[in-house]
Write a protein that binds this ligand. Sequence first.
Ligand SMILES: Cc1ncc(COP(=O)(O)O)c(C=O)c1O
Length: 349
Amino acid sequence: MYPRVIIDPKKYAYNVNYLVQKAQEKNITVMAVSKVYGADKELINILNQSEVDFIADSRIRNLKKIKTTKPKVLLRIPQISEVDDVVKFSDISLNSEIETIKKLNEAAQKINVIHKVILMFDLGDLREGIYYADFNTEIITEISSLKKIELIGIGTNLTCYGGVIPSLETYQKLADIKEKIEKELNQKLKIISGGNSSSISMLLKGELPSFINNLRLGESLIVGRETAYQKQIDNLYDEVIVLEAKIIELKTKPSYPEGEIGFDAFGRKQKYQDIGKIKRAILAVGKQDVDHNDLIAPPGVQIIGSSSDHLIVQLEEDLYQLDDIITFKLKYGGVLSLMNSEHVEKIYV
Ligand SMILES: Cc1ncc(COP(=O)(O)O)c(C=O)c1O
């Protein structure tokens, strides 16, 4: 069945082992993020066979189905309504709200487990976390009083909303918070989670401050890309997962629409360029499966646009026939939507 994705677990294993080794050289543990591929069983098996330290996902539904002996981490700040599932299906969760942590404590009490918490700090990227400048140790005292919660560490998330690139200056804010908390607790925190694939550049250059001992990695493992500068990481595969789609129409047509031009199928005004008649193919894949901006076309193929079920491309003459398959490499967003779509078949090599 098409469209389908071709998944190469061996290439994923290679990327995972490469970056885990680089992290280990700096005494950094790795949380491998599985949400981007919907916690696919075969890829989780690769993580199980690797030296990755934790498996992390933003969705409880995924954590529930993951079979592993490694600790499971809930990446997204929990919803209060899901605390019972959080303590049941994850060992560790990232948190920023004391009210939620208290509810996690109650939920953990019900099933008599200790739930581990990483307290998140916002260093200026303005996504999740206690804003660093507003931090005081009151929340630490409150967490310490909770019998079924263990504060195992602190973390931060960068280059997500605000696009803030990790730097020594930014990390100093986390170092100050770490010191304050350790002084208050009179003990060392076990985990200082310094960020995501945007910290890879500092890791590989040996520039990450030594107090950081954990990274949470998704994109770099699955598409071999660091996200601070959007650069491909040397030696890593960018085609762990590719898309195959079939040509259902192949015609030469004008490049500029005829008639009064209003909106497209998504209510948007598009700009069209008149470059005369072009060889145009329609493929049986659309926005319902993937945003066409997240596809990387092979040579001779140029993506023009898409609607919910159709992808339109311009082709070099005689490159493809009707019913041929075109294979696309994927950006992160492409992996995310295709792997989480039930309309797309998953094939393993
Ligand atoms: C809290 C958190 N940490 C880490 C990650 C992984 O980010 P990346 O895919 O850039 O490595 C994500 C996103 O998946 C996240 O939400």
